[in-house]
Design a protein around this ligand. Structure first.
Ligand SMILES: *Cc1c(COP(=O)(O)O)cnc(C)c1O
Length: 391
């Protein structure tokens, strides 16, 4: 396919496979080489590159694909999702301003907004986020940013992105959305009026649990400023080798996501019917209280969900995990492998307000294994759970 084609005619599968690739530039190599170099010489000719902390052709390929998938003007690659998130926030805020964000926000982002930024006099209000009025009521004269994540970590409630973007624009407030859960395939917040989209590329975009990375997508004007300032000066740029792995991951993103989505829905339905499960949190279930909103602003659902087993936080979760053969236990998610962690294990109801995590919550990332193997494994784990000793 020809890179000079009009992007509007490209389908997302084709963007993943071919957009931004320039075979003639690299001797026809179908997989471009890694530019694993610190600097670019300009003794005889200026090639447009200077130093890899500013830009690098291997990063630019991942950036072009991500921008195209997000229907954004430009993208920048960072050394982690948190690097992209903190750069985006620092780009839009001012000293002593006020930020509105979400109770159940991805924890390091919440700590950055709610605690770390206090040293710059930044104040914050955290709301559940499931209706626009909560944002409207939280606005103060010094509010500069609505920082969003939809669906949000652990409980997977959603925010009405176009409603919140409209409110923000009318008040001169910037909006950032963490779009890691839905990936650029299933949700495009910029098209709903959001200013900046951030991703942890360590999850589905990379998809193989072999890299840490972040992506930021925004207008060309914002990107030019962030490239020089927040990325260029803090220096948290993606390494060329990570960028090369990310591009490799992106080429199969549609295939992987189709399987994560299919397995995800089957497993969510299975858990909902399971006698030892009290509650399932998954936006793709028709019973989800915001199902309609999800249908309106997303075109698919990924494979990360959570549930509370019967009797909540009362039993020994480690015995359950050890009885399971498919699921590994660990942080992160979005790779080929099924993973679980238990943020709500042993949690007291009082702690829920500070963390947004209900007692007993178990989070699972449904991988690319056969759905029957995953269901058998969960069934095995849940039976062990009911046999396990009370805490
Ligand atoms: C993992 C994660 C991040 C942070 O990404 P890193 O690459 O680990 O820095 C941000 N947001 C969400 C929703 C995540 O799950």
């Amino acid at each position: 396919m020809d890179v000079k084609d009009d992007l509007a005619k490209w389908r997302k599968e084709d963007i993943c496979a071919h957009w931004g690739d320039d075979y003639d530039r690299y001797e026809g190599a179908i997989v471009p080489p890694i530019f694993q170099n610190t600097l670019f010489t300009r003794k005889t000719k200026n090639h447009g590159y200077t130093y890899t902390r500013m830009s690098n052709p291997t990063l630019e390929l991942a950036e072009r694909k991500t921008a195209a998938l997000e229907c954004g003007e430009c993208a920048l690659a960072f050394s982690s999702g948190m690097a992209a998130i903190t750069a985006a926030i620092m780009h839009v805020i001012e000293k002593d301003c006020h930020i509105v964000s979400l109770n159940s926000l991805y924890a390091p982002a919440r700590t950055f907004i709610g605690s770390y930024l206090r040293k710059l006099g930044v104040k914050s209000t955290f709301v559940p986020g499931d209706c626009v009025e909560q944002f409207e009521e939280a606005i103060r004269p010094d509010t500069k940013l609505f920082y969003l994540e939809s669906p949000v970590s652990n409980v997977f409630s959603m925010q009405d992105l176009s409603g919140i973007a409209q409110l923000a624009r009318s008040k001169g407030i910037a909006t950032i959305v963490d779009n890691t859960w839905a990936t650029p395939l299933y949700q495009n917040p910029l098209q709903l009026g959001i200013d900046i989209v951030v991703h942890s590329a360590s999850k589905y975009m990379g998809g193989h649990s072999d890299l840490i990375g972040g992506m930021l997508v925004a207008s060309e004007e914002s990107i030019q400023s962030i490239q020089v300032n927040e990325r260029g000066m803090y220096g948290a740029i993606m390494d060329p080798h990570q960028a090369w792995l990310l591009t490799r991951g992106l080429r199969t993103l549609p295939l992987r996501m189709a399987r994560h989505a299919e397995n995800g829905l089957r497993i969510a339905r299975f858990l909902k019917e399971h006698p030892h499960v009290e509650k399932v949190f998954y936006p793709g279930l028709e019973e989800h209280p915001q199902y309609e909103l999800g249908q309106k602003q997303m075109s698919g659902y990924s494979g990360l969900m959570s549930f509370i087993p019967s009797e909540g936080a009362t039993r020994d979760i480690t015995a359950m995990a050890r009885a399971m053969r498919v699921f590994e236990v660990g942080p992160s998610w979005g790779g080929f492998e099924s993973l679980m962690n238990y943020p709500g294990a042993g949690m007291k109801p009082e702690a829920t307000e500070a963390t947004g995590i209900p007692p007993g919550l178990i989070r699972i990332s449904v991988g690319l294994e056969h759905a029957d193997s995953i269901m058998d494994d969960l069934d095995r784990g849940l039976h062990q759970w009911m046999k396990g000793s009370l805490r």
